[in-house]
Design a protein around this ligand. Structure first.
Ligand code: FES
Ligand SMILES: [Fe+2]
Length: 404
């Protein structure tokens, strides 16, 4: 485990799970302190971000031996590289000499050279050069190598997991790849074209809550509800992911021009805990919206666009502008307001609005599903809970099928 080994008591779990019910029709939302108290921020980092698959990049950035990408996961610097035998490897991006970070940004390299004192590692992580160490006694550089972490290619993207015992993502989300491939068969041919970046004054779980329901869409996103056919909006929850689909025509709408669209549906997947995968109406496209906690009341969001070309056409420029200047502005206003509200004595938790049979698009069962997974992660920190990180489908994850 990368962060301190905090544990929780049964009483703490009972308190934070108060009001939550496995039946979404009888459940309250997760309690406000989980969103405002620094203690629960630390618990999130340990019990959730230290143990789950975290999105890194499109596999296009790691095709040739020597290609690398550095990033941080749960505030931990990590490095992904394609080694000489074309195997993908991930390491803590931390030098074994005095802990300086090794590579920064992304690119292609023959070796991994530390910028501090130039210790040099090969692409499999073995230390192959350490200046002025020949005369040292009891120092064998062949015994030193970088600490590896788990890495996996999944549906055209690269993910890492800091938990060495975590089962593969493909096994944890067994049907997700097939569903994404069916609706977005062109991911491998798409290229990174644009990144949007946001620093938001809210807890990361408020961003996910907001992402997982469209109950607010008619109220807060009048352009969006003209882009998609809300009567077809469907939300289905599965073990550690949920899908959010709606038809979207080629007709005029208030969001952006879709008259030449080859993709005519709105297909979105949320992958526990913080990765949102989206395919919007338009040309071939796939987007990754990643939600990264930066403090109890601060979240960094990145929105990456993978398109048919790095040159955006006019419709794509319009759709990026819509997402950046309309949709995101609306959603960020909402989640920042919610954070302020949660920080007052006037709010502990609220009722989950559940009506998947009559109006799946307006039902909050996706939020309830997320809260169940959060509480299950918290329970894993109870001393003697006996739960190991390889549980594939948490017991409280409710399989809510909106339209069966
Ligand atoms: S910290 Fe890396 S070589 Fe000294
Ligand atoms: Fe929204």
């Amino acid at each position: 485990m990368v962060v301190g080994m905090a544990t929780l008591t049964e009483d703490e779990i009972r308190a934070i799970a108060a009001g939550y019910h496995e039946d979404p029709a009888r459940s309250m939302s997760l309690r406000a302190e989980a969103y405002t108290d620094p203690k629960w921020h630390a618990v999130d980092r340990q019990s959730i971000f230290g143990r789950t698959w975290q999105w890194v990049c499109h596999v296009e950035q790691l095709t040739k031996p020597g290609d690398y990408v550095s990033t941080t996961v749960a505030e931990t610097p990590i490095l992904v590289v394609r080694d000489r035998s074309r195997r993908l490897r991930a390491f803590y991006n931390v030098c074994k000499h005095r802990a300086h970070e090794l590579l920064s940004g992304s690119g292609t390299t023959r070796t991994i050279v530390c910028p501090y004192h130039a210790w040099t590692y090969d692409l499999s992580g073995a230390l192959v050069g350490a200046r002025q160490t020949d005369q040292l006694t009891a120092f064998d550089k062949t015994e030193i190598c970088l600490d590896q972490i788990q890495v996996e290619e999944f549906c055209g993207f690269v993910y890492v997991n800091l938990d060495p015992t975590a089962p593969p993502l493909a096994r944890q989300a067994p049907d997700l790849a097939a569903e994404i491939t069916q609706r977005a068969p062109d991911i491998a041919n798409l290229t990174h074209a644009k990144r949007l970046h946001y620093d938001v004054r809210t807890n990361w779980k408020n961003v996910i809550d907001n992402f997982l329901e469209c109950y607010h869409c008619h109220v807060a996103h009048k352009e969006f509800v003209s882009l998609v056919d809300m009567d077809t909006y469907d939300v289905k929850t599965h073990g550690i992911w949920s899908s959010h689909f709606a038809d979207a025509g080629t007709s005029e709408n208030a969001a952006y021009d879709v008259s030449d669209a080859t993709v005519t549906e709105h297909a979105v997947w949320w992958l526990w805990p913080n990765t949102c995968l989206l395919r919007y109406p338009g040309r071939g496209n796939f987007m990754v919206f990643q939600v990264l906690p930066a403090g109890p009341d601060r979240t960094v969001e990145t929105w990456d666009f993978f398109l048919e070309s790095t040159e955006l056409n006019e419709a794509e420029k319009e759709s990026v502008r819509y997402i950046d200047e309309v949709l995101q502005v609306q959603d960020i206003d909402l989640v920042e307001s919610v954070q302020r509200g949660m920080s007052t004595p006037a709010f502990d938790q609220g009722r989950i609005v559940y009506d998947p049979a009559r109006a799946p698009g307006l039902s909050e069962h996706g939020v309830h599903h997320f809260h169940g997974l959060v509480l299950e992660a918290y329970r894993s920190l109870v001393t003697g809970s006996g739960r190991t990180a390889d549980a594939e489908a948490p017991a409280t994850a409710v399989q809510a099928t909106a339209r069966s």
